[in-house]
Design a protein around this ligand. Structure first.
Ligand code: HMG
Ligand code: MG
Length: 306
């Protein structure tokens, strides 16, 4: 393997309005969220995770999920999705008019318990009551499996556990499994081994990769996944993000960093990098703090010194 099998196109799945904002300590206004989503759409993002229909007691930052989803109209070809932990979340998402939802659980018991108050088996039972009616109502369902690279409570996680969970989610009808390095502990060789073990069980289009950049390895891990044939990468503008129930989790792979690298290698994304950088500035303004993304800070091209 030496960058000789990269894809021509990559689908970027933008998670900043959900994964990014779920972790912000200062409240972000509904108007600020609307502005962020508008800027992402203008930049050419076509798959955006808007919010979560979870318990507002657990994630108060996203308590305005209905108001946000019902106040937006996006152009044809843009899909808005939202996290749903249970039947109540699905009903809320359907009532708000969403056409896609994402169910989520962890490959490690302790993180799943802390994040959703359920065992892995209970989460899978819950999804068996969510996914079929969601599909019957015309929705698409994505799924996340978190802590595949490591758990903040248990340490190393056996990839076989994540593969077994993923198989059950695909059998239920989820169109894609996003594998999460929730706390950003992955390094390229470990990523190679994990992705290869998944690809020996599932076709590449069933998989997406979701890296948090806690230790600066998200982009390197994404590159390994691309070289192995995965074409769906999750990212968050400016590097916003984290998980309220995974202590120490930093933001996601920054969308600008991913797109800069992809375009620099001639890989198409359908995204306008300059407009994406504008969206990052909107994100920075609405959260009221500096964001960590590298391209967000440095800009997209050489600045000549006079
Ligand atoms: P629970 O407290 O066990 O829920 O929470 P319950 O079923 O016992 O119900 C308790 C109350 O919550 C009831 O209300 C329910 O109606 C209400 P009451 O009768 O007391 O008034 N409730 C809800 N309200 C609104 N929407 C709902 C809902 N469900 C129940 N959907 C629950 C269980 C799963 C709801 C809770 O644990 C929860 O919401 N957890 C979500 C936490 C979360 O969003 N974490 C972050 C996302 S995951 C992540 O970041 C990882 C990811 O990015 C990938 C990666 O990085 O690896 C995806
Ligand atoms: Mg995440």
């Amino acid at each position: 393997m030496f960058l000789d099998a990269l894809p021509a196109d990559v689908s970027v799945y933008e998670v900043s309005p959900r994964d990014g904002l779920q972790n912000e300590s200062a409240p972000v206004s509904l108007e600020g969220k609307r502005e962020l989503v508008g800027a992402l759409v203008t930049a050419g993002l076509r798959r955006i995770e808007l919010t979560s229909f979870v318990s507002p007691r657990w994630v108060p930052q996203l308590a305005d999920a209905e108001a946000l989803a019902t106040s937006l109209s996006v152009p044809e070809g843009v899909t808005l999705s939202a996290l749903c932990p249970n039947a109540k979340g699905f009903e809320r998402a359907r009532a708000a008019g969403l056409k896609e939802i994402a169910v989520f659980l962890s490959a490690s018991e302790t993180h799943n318990q802390k994040n959703t108050n359920k065992s892995i088996a209970q989460s899978l039972e819950t999804f068996a009551e969510v996914v079929p009616p969601a599909l019957a109502s015309g929705m698409r369902v994505r799924a996340y499996v978190s802590t595949v690279w490591g758990c903040p409570y248990e340490g190393d996680v056996d990839p076989k556990a994540a593969i077994d969970i993923s198989r059950q989610l695909i059998e239920l009808g989820c169109y894609q499994i996003s594998l999460g390095d929730t706390i950003g502990v992955g390094t390229p060789l470990k990523t190679r081994d994990i992705v290869r073990s998944f690809l020996s069980e599932f076709p590449a289009d069933k998989l997406a990769l979701h890296f948090h950049d806690t230790r600066g390895t998200a982009l390197a891990n994404a590159l390994v996944g691309l070289e192995l044939g995965v074409r769906d990468i999750d990212a968050s503008v400016g590097g916003l993000g984290g998980c309220p129930y995974a202590p120490g989790a930093a933001g996601n792979l920054a969308t600008e960093d991913l797109v800069y690298m992809l375009h620099g290698m001639g890989i198409r994304t359908g995204i306008d990098l300059d407009k994406l950088i504008e969206a990052g500035r909107v994100a920075e303004r609405v959260v009221g703090r500096k964001l960590p993304g590298k391209v967000h800070q440095a800009g997209p091209r050489v600045r000549r010194v006079a």
